[in-house]
Ligand binder design. Structure first.
Ligand code: COA
Length: 228
């Protein structure tokens, strides 16, 4: 199929994605006409409609998905009955194996043009997870705005309920390297960079580069020396 015609066909199919009853079929056909994995990102930019893979699993009553979002194969978006809202801003990308899950009144809000690579785990339980705009998240990152209670040694941890030190906030334009974990009550400031494999247990200032377990500031962007 000539390139121009193929684009027109895909555009019509993606326009059809929002039409009740036939929407699912339109998306399946559009998917079949593209290559695998990130080749399907193209479909998210053809119209205002988001591209939601037929292989994604979505079960959430209070869910907003903005225009031009990309929800890849095997992404799970799940709200327990007591979960709060889930918001994907315009142009958010969620890649395969990522799980977004809310319960116990918690919410997950992701700002515009934030890209979340494969196998990330985004939870909103008791506390909320707020991720700003233009955040770049490498594969395998995890966020837990709650912890299990565990002080009582006479009962299984499973029965002791959960607690939180507060919401997790990732401000705009943060880059999180491979396999970063962020614990409850932490705020990562605008433009910060977090090194691969870090566990972030305390707030990180704006434009800092932090790394390690626990993550410590090693320097600031654009400056060579570490500032205390
Ligand atoms: C943090 C990072 C951005 C580099 O920042 P940098 O300012 O150039 O840091 P340097 O390489 O000069 O290292 C400075 C110090 O931090 C340490 N360091 C760097 N990255 C680290 C990490 N991820 N964990 C622990 N320590 C780290 C270095 O060993 C060095 O320590 P030293 O001074 O004792 O020798 C980079 O190391 C990193 O982790 N990048 C993420 C890569 C990634 O996940 N890519 C996925 C693509 S989406």
């Amino acid at each position: 199929m000539a390139l121009g015609i193929r684009k027109q066909v895909l555009t019509v199919l993606m326009q059809g994605a929002a039409v009740p009853v036939i929407g699912g079929l339109c998306v399946r056909l559009a998917s079949a006409l593209r290559g695998p994995y990130k080749d399907k990102k193209y479909l998210a930019n053809l119209t205002c409609n988001p591209y939601i893979s037929p292989k994604a699993q979505i079960w959430a009553k209070d869910l907003e998905i903005g225009p031009q979002c990309f929800v890849d194969d095997y992404v799970t978006i799940y709200a327990h009955p007591d979960g709060g809202r889930i918001v994907l801003g315009e142009g958010v990308h969620l890649y395969r194996g990522t799980i977004v899950e809310v319960g116990a009144g918690g919410s997950v809000v992701i700002g515009p043009h934030t890209h979340i690579q494969s196998n990330c785990n985004l939870k909103g339980f008791l506390g909320n997870l707020h991720i700003g705009a233009n955040v770049q998240m490498a594969p395998g990152c995890g966020f837990s705005p709650y912890e299990h209670k565990f002080e009582d040694t006479s009962r299984p941890i499973r029965e002791q309920g959960i607690t939180t030190r507060g919401d997790i906030v990732i401000e705009d334009d943060v880059w999180l390297g491979l396999g970063v974990y962020v614990l409850d009550g932490v705020r990562i400031g605008k433009g910060a960079v977090i090194g691969a494999g870090s566990v972030v247990t305390r707030d990180i200032p704006a434009y800092a580069i932090a790394a390690g377990v626990p993550a410590k500031v090693i320097r600031y962007r654009g400056r060579r020396a570490v500032e205390a």
